[in-house]
Design a protein around this ligand. Structure first.
Ligand code: GRG
Length: 289
């Protein structure tokens, strides 16, 4: 996936405002938030789903930028003192530490609107109805019915012991919704949408969306700050319910593996064109950072 990653990095760097364009401090901070590291899992998922439906790469570039801008904004805001209050992200000082709080807030605001600007550009899709579907998919996944709603549940749950269904409900929104949107946007980037294919891809996305969070919780519990590039062991310190606190580490790992296998199973009818999605399911579950 190296070539696709290189392509994604180039699209991100090209689409973001130049650092020497006014307001320069905000634009430098925006570029710092997006371009300094990151696995690019959501763009890679969009490209891999796009491969199943033979989507044009230029359309996937725009979709990737939109997804990564929303993701980067969520990390910048999540790290702020009013939320998770963290100083380290992707091995570097968080945006409010490197710049300041007001700038971090504006970085998130700007990235969020830039995501929709990129996705609403004239001519991105031949079919305007499909483009509207893309826009509403990203809006719903990012907002109160998705990531932001999940974050609200997470903040309210600090110090509270959640049951397994409550934990799952939170993560389906907080982490899962944007991952599911990434796969759907890739699938919508094809010229035609086949219902059975869309359904299989959505099932796949649900499995890896949850797997992503289960693995994130396991890594937080057993990895180091140096490996993760963000503060390790934070969930326990903050009294957060996680898959590890609710299930224990061995069962959490077994659940991640079950979800990986389920993701592979739903891809079977899609044949070799879904190979990259399979590889991404493996990466999501077996990653070390
Ligand atoms: C502030 C509206 C708002 C939402 C924040 C996503 C999120 C909601 C908070 C991030 C906190 C967190 C650690 C969530 C767990 C899963 C997750 C999204 C991890 C970070 O994503 P990666 O691993 O990050 O894809 P990189 O740095 O690789 O891009």
């Amino acid at each position: 996936m190296g070539a696709i990653r290189t392509r994604i990095e180039a699209a991100l760097a090209h689409t973001l405002p130049a650092a020497d364009r006014a307001p320069t401090r905000l634009h430098s901070a925006i570029r710092y938030a997006v371009l300094e590291g990151g696995k690019r899992v959501r763009p890679l998922l969009a490209f891999a789903a796009g491969e199943v439906v033979i989507a044009p790469p230029a359309r996937l570039d725009a979709v990737s930028c939109a997804l990564e801008f929303i993701h980067a904004y969520s990390l910048v805001h999540d790290d702020m003192p009013c939320m998770d209050n963290d100083v380290l992200r992707r091995g570097k000082p968080t945006v409010h530490v490197e710049f300041d709080e007001a700038t971090a807030l504006l970085v998130g605001d700007s990235l969020q609107t830039l995501a929709f600007e990129v996705l609403s550009q004239v001519g991105l899709c031949e079919n305007a109805a499909v483009q509207l579907d893309m826009l509403s998919t990203l809006a719903i996944a990012s907002g109160t019915h998705g990531m932001a709603g999940g974050q609200a549940i997470d903040l309210a749950a600090t110090g509270v012991t959640l049951t397994f269904p409550e934990l799952e409900f939170m993560h389906i929104h907080k982490t899962g919704a944007l991952i599911r949107a990434a796969v759907k946007l890739g699938a919508l980037s094809g010229e035609r949408q086949d219902h059975a294919v869309m359904h299989a891809l959505d099932q796949y996305a649900k499995h890896i969306g949850l797997a992503f969070q289960v693995v994130d919780d396991c890594l937080d519990a057993e990895s180091t700050t140096a490996t993760l590039g963000k503060t390790a062991g934070k969930d326990a310190v903050q009294g957060k319910s996680t898959y590890v606190s609710v299930l224990g580490l061995p069962r959490a790992k077994a659940l991640a593996e079950e979800l990986r296998q389920s993701a592979h199973e739903v891809l079977l009818p899609l044949g070799t064109r879904a190979a990259r999605l399979g590889a991404l399911a493996d990466f999501v579950v077996r990653r070390q950072f």
